[in-house]
Design a protein around this ligand. Structure first.
Ligand code: IPD
Ligand code: CA
Ligand code: CA
Ligand code: CA
Length: 277
């Protein structure tokens, strides 16, 4: 893919996200219409849906041949998730909806562009904090236009890590989260839970945390963060140690392959059932 094409895609999507970021900033502390989805802690608001429409409609106008995988469209159509070789925008309009509902600022818009199933472009916008993480394949990762890098930490004993509970109340999963928290807390400097997969990936990419593991995230949670993390020098693998499968609902992000390997050897593993499987 020619660099100038990706640059054009970047410029178009950036302008759209300027508008969605403003909408999220205006809505986060206002009254919201809230519905539940797969569980009683899995929410969607009118803003999630509106932001996804703004992004898809804006991109479709410029790139009518491109494909789209969006969290809220997927939820409404219940179609199986298929990533083809066509240029495909993978969109999480509001990542951290539970935070958004509670007025907690860890809320992102996450957009990845994949071509031939390969990550080409990632953008994670954190509108309340006015942080925008971006990356294009082979060109490094940036925060608000300035280059970022992972910390490079190689050992758990020197790491600040992130673990997430997600919004699936399945007891076996909850128990694995609790068990992993208990295992890791005594081994590391500290454990954080941001409530946004995209923010958690971006935090590893900028060196603010050293590792992040979660059972449950979907392709739209990982698509942009994968590009940004790789371009910042980090790794994204399966929590058991193999290569990442963006459809597997599992991920382990780390500042170095050494740290990823040490962590993977210690996790109590859980294999989520994909809800479209
Ligand atoms: C969720 C958030 C949360 C993570 C879940 C995601 P959503 O996304 O990223 O931090 O733990 O796995 O589903 O539903 O707020 O877009
Ligand atoms: Ca999400
Ligand atoms: Ca979302
Ligand atoms: Ca959601």
């Amino acid at each position: 893919m020619a660099v100038n094409n990706v640059q054009k895609y970047y410029e178009v999507v950036s302008k759209i996200v300027d508008r969605t970021g403003e909408l999220i900033r205006n809505r986060i502390f206002a009254a919201k219409t809230i519905q539940t989805k797969a569980s009683n802690i899995d929410f969607v608001t009118e803003t999630d849906k509106e932001v996804e429409c703004m992004i898809i409609n804006g991109l479709k106008t410029e790139f009518p041949d491109h494909k789209f995988i969006g969290e809220e469209t997927a939820a409404e159509t219940n179609m199986p998730l298929v990533l083809t070789d066509e240029p495909t925008w993978i969109i999480d309009p509001v990542d951290g909806t539970l935070n958004f509902v509670h007025g907690n600022p860890h809320v992102c818009t996450s957009i990845g562009l994949y071509i031939n199933k390969k990550p080409e472009l990632g953008l994670i916008d954190v509108p309340i904090m006015k942080f925008r993480f971006t990356a294009m394949q082979g060109q490094g990762a940036k925060l608000n236009g300035k280059p970022i890098k992972v910390s490079g930490v190689k050992e758990l004993s020197e790491a600040l890590i992130c673990l997430e509970g997600g919004n699936d109340p399945a007891l076996q999963k909850r128990q694995s989260v609790i068990d992993n928290y208990s295992t890791f807390l005594p081994l590391v400097h500290g454990v954080r839970t941001y409530g946004s997969a995209a923010f958690s990936l971006a935090a590893v990419a900028m060196g603010a945390t050293d590792m992040y593991m979660e059972y449950g995230p979907h392709i739209w949670d990982m698509a942009a963060g994968y590009v940004i993390l790789q371009e910042a020098g980090g790794v994204l693998i399966d929590p058991a140690g193999g290569p990442i499968d963006l459809m597997s609902c599992r991920m382990l992000a780390a500042s170095s392959p050494e740290l990823a390997a040490e962590a993977a050897s210690k996790f109590k593993q859980y294999y989520p059932k994909r809800d479209d499987a």
